[in-house]
Ligand binder design. Structure first.
Ligand code: PMP
Length: 406
């Protein structure tokens, strides 16, 4: 990362120059949603000013431009994941992507006596759809437990892969603990046992190079708004044979070849799962985001964020009464913490007055917080555009507000 000018890269993000409550903003909530570089903002703006039209319907020039730009984004996003564009369904984000798998893959297949295995550290987006499927099919949910340090207990996980388990739903990276799960090894074990795998890549794709086919999973979900793209964008990667065998999730325009009242012929490949007018501008913006991230390089981003994480850990450990949840050997730049005698929401509220944006609460991961027996945590999450100076300001602000509360 020494070859990169990180100050210049930070300057690509207009919002990061603003003040909050009269203090320079320190944005440490990128695991919630990421900030956007000017290139992405300009691309969306330019689409509406110069090219706006619907995709795939009109033969006029604007329609062709919009369709080409939208499909070019699919190609870029596929390239980013080392996947094929025919295997990429564009959708509104991870929540939607996982629900496609739930309704189009799991619902028609699962039955009473089957089990869905999920880990303790899942986001609600990778729990609740499976509960809905379980309710309707009679399947049961099984939980793969974690250890105190926030790592998956792999022995327990493999022991839980019994013959009734048809599906494993697992986060690549935990949004609360930062734990990076050994997805490749786990998918290999699942595959040997005939278990289909759904990987939630929301917190992985923005922070490290992800070669989806080499992971050996069946489905991989990503969300655009955490990877410098607009909200309401994302994708489901699925093995071609799955897409071909799955019935559509939503019906409407764009997802059909021919409609007759006697019966409808559905489109092939990803388009079958893209009913209605999509978020055209958003996905074109996501294409620009992928170009932006690729130009910096995901390995450089990973190394930069690892440095920021190490620095933040070192500084936070010096704060009296501070406890960090999640100390996996391989972690993304996410730190969930508690301060003795201070409620997480009070801490976050006072930090905000100092210009520091952290998230407090349960981070859409109630079962994980139940494991640790805590009602809420504060979470500081970092991106490559954060600075070492911001980490120092964050920790200084934390010392100050801790004093007020404890
Ligand atoms: N899974 C994880 C691990 C997440 O961090 C998030 C976003 N908080 C989601 C799923 C939900 O993604 P989306 O915002 O695209 O619905």
């Amino acid at each position: 990362s020494t070859t990169h000018d990180w100050a210049a890269i930070r300057a690509d993000f207009p919002l990061l120059t603003r003040e909050v409550h009269g203090k320079p903003l320190v944005y440490l909530d990128s695991a919630n949603t990421g900030q956007k570089p000017a290139k992405v903002i300009d691309t969306v703006d330019d689409f509406f000013r110069q090219h706006n039209a619907n995709v795939s319907r009109a033969v006029h020039a604007l329609g062709t431009e919009a369709t080409e730009a939208y499909e070019a984004s699919r190609t870029k996003l596929a390239g980013f994941l080392k996947a094929h564009r025919d295997e990429l369904v564009l959708c509104s984000g991870t929540t939607f992507a996982i629900n496609i798998v739930a309704y189009s893959w799991a619902l028609p297949r699962l039955k009473a006596g089957d089990a869905i295995l999920v880990s303790r550290m899942e986001h609600h987006a990778n729990i609740v759809p499976w509960q809905l499927v379980a309710e309707r099919t009679g399947a049961v949910i099984k939980v793969a437990e974690i250890r105190e340090d926030g790592t998956l207990d792999l022995d327990a996980l493999y022991a839980a892969m019994t013959p009734d388990v048809k599906l494993l739903a697992l986060a690549h990276v935990s949004n609360v603990l930062g734990t990076v799960n050994p997805v490749k090894e786990i998918c290999r074990e699942a595959r040997r046992r005939g278990i289909t795998t759904v990987i939630d890549g929301s917190q992985a794709a923005p922070h490290r190079a992800v070669d989806v086919p080499s992971l050996g999973c069946d489905f991989y979900a990503i969300t655009g708004h955490k990877m410098c793209g607009p909200t309401g964008t994302g994708a489901l990667w699925a093995r071609r044979e799955h897409l071909a065998a799955m019935p559509p999730f939503l019906g409407g325009g764009e997802m059909i070849k021919e409609v007759r009242f006697a019966g409808t012929v559905f489109n092939d490949g990803p388009h079958r799962f893209e009913a209605g007018t999509p978020n055209i501008a958003g996905h074109i913006g996501l294409g620009a985001a992928v170009d932006y991230l690729s130009a910096i390089g995901m390995d450089a981003i990973e190394a930069r964020e690892a440095e920021l994480l190490a620095h933040a850990n070192e500084e936070l450990r010096k704060v009296d009464g501070l406890r960090i949840l999640g100390e996996a050997p391989e972690k993304a730049a996410v730190i969930s913490f508690l301060v003795a005698g201070a409620h997480a929401h009070d801490l976050a509220t006072l930090l905000d007055l100092e210009g520091v944006a952290v998230r407090s609460g349960q981070h859409c991961a109630h079962p994980l917080l139940q494991f640790y027996g805590v009602p809420a945590t504060c979470r500081a999450s970092f991106a490559f555009y954060n600075t070492h100076d911001e980490i120092e300001r964050f920790v200084a602000a934390l010392r100050k507000v801790r004093h007020l509360l404890a």
